[in-house]
Design a protein around this ligand. Structure first.
Ligand code: TLP
Length: 349
């Protein structure tokens, strides 16, 4: 029986058509700015996000870290939600690469209360850190793929601009937010000084993220991309996958959202599981297993033996992510297998 891999939407493999686009890509040396396919991808994303310029990078983590580096100076403080990716899953890159500290705020579904952000902004006193950046994440991974409401974004953006603080969006899954809300990437991006978007998650490209902002921002970001080791040469073979993904794989994202809702419906009845259905807004299902008799790692191992792969989620338990390489039928089978495995684990204590 084949493996049903719901660990992440990062596990998708390039399709034959995408590989063909990669094989046929025109390439050049991107350190000289001469790769036509990379340039086309950057122009395409800049246009989609309504920004002056964009820059292609190897990963979402590097994309966020380069943005943070550009917007801050050593000794500054940035504001971010406690469960966000830049703070939790980027190997303390903020401290290591930018020498800034993070003022975290506990969010609800990844959304930071505006009043808390206001309180977190430091008064301009010489003995206090300078608040130089606010980071938002949309959709919010660890909260379960939740959407940052546009009105909230607008309020944070107004606040940041009044306070002359930069604002960055980790939009690794911005495409999912757009698919779910019908709001354009351009509208979302208009509230931010910089935006990072991933091509290698729900869009199915093997590699790559793009950041966008004004030209001055991108010029400095290019410098730090090189410093962080992310300058690439004939990267057009990879960028071609990104262009293919943008052209062919954006429209279908709502299918992944339907699969996630159906999976959540099934898993909500499973013994030992509890699911906050209101958090299932896109392609991620976070399963709270705190009431289960087995530990999260034991549940994951038991499922793996039955060829269903889930991953560690937030502190409450485990995560299932739907994507283009799992069909509706496979998701339904996964639901049945997970139910059986959990019934057994709960019986055996
Ligand atoms: N997220 C991965 C893991 O790192 C948790 C996943 O499987 O979901 N921003 C957000 C919101 C992300 O979810 C991720 C990856 C990144 C940035 C980083 O992207 P990569 O993996 O390309 O560095």
């Amino acid at each position: 029986m084949s493996i049903i891999d719901l660990r992440s939407d990062t596990v998708t493999r390039p399709s034959p058509a995408m590989r063909q686009a990669m094989a046929q890509a025109d390439v050049g040396d991107d350190i000289f700015g001469e790769d036509p396919t990379v340039n086309r991808l950057q122009e395409t994303v800049a246009q989609l996000l309504g920004k002056e310029a964009a820059l292609y990078l190897p990963s979402g983590s590097m994309a966020n870290q380069v943005c943070i580096k550009v917007h801050t100076s050593a000794g500054d403080e940035i504001i971010a939600e406690k469960d966000c990716h830049v703070f939790n899953y980027e190997t303390a890159g903020i401290a290591f690469l930018s020498s800034v500290q993070v003022h975290t705020i506990i969010g609800q579904h990844g959304v930071m209360p505006l009043s808390e952000i206001k309180k977190a902004i430091r008064p301009k006193l010489y003995y206090m850190p300078r608040t130089s950046l606010i980071c938002l994440e949309n959709t919010h991974n660890r909260a379960g793929g939740t959407i940052y409401p546009i009105e909230e974004i607008k309020s944070v953006s107004d606040l940041a601009r009044n306070e002359r603080i930069k604002i960055h969006l980790d939009g690794a899954r911005l495409w999912n937010a757009c698919a779910a809300t019908g709001i354009s990437p351009k509208e979302y991006a208009s509230y931010f000084d910089s935006v990072s978007v991933c091509l290698s998650k729900g869009l199915g490209a093997p590699v790559g993220s793009v950041i966008a902002g004004d030209r001055a921002f991108v010029d400095v970001a290019r410098h730090f991309r090189k410093l962080f080791g992310g300058g690439m040469r004939q990267a057009g073979v990879l960028a071609a996958a990104g262009l293919y993904a943008l052209e062919h794989n954006v429209q279908r994202l709502s299918e992944d959202h339907t699969k996630a809702v159906r999976l959540a419906d099934t898993l909500a009845t499973v013994p030992g599981f509890s699911i906050d259905r209101s958090s299932v807004q896109t392609n991620i299902v976070i399963i709270d297993v705190t009431k289960a008799k087995a530990q999260p790692s034991d549940i994951l191992s038991a499922l793996k033996k039955e060829n269903v792969l889930l991953s560690a989620g937030n502190y409450m338990g485990i995560r299932a992510v739907t994507h283009m390489d799992v069909s509706q039928d496979e998701v339904a089978s996964a639901g049945e297998i997970i139910t059986k495995v959990m019934e057994k684990l709960e019986r055996n204590g």
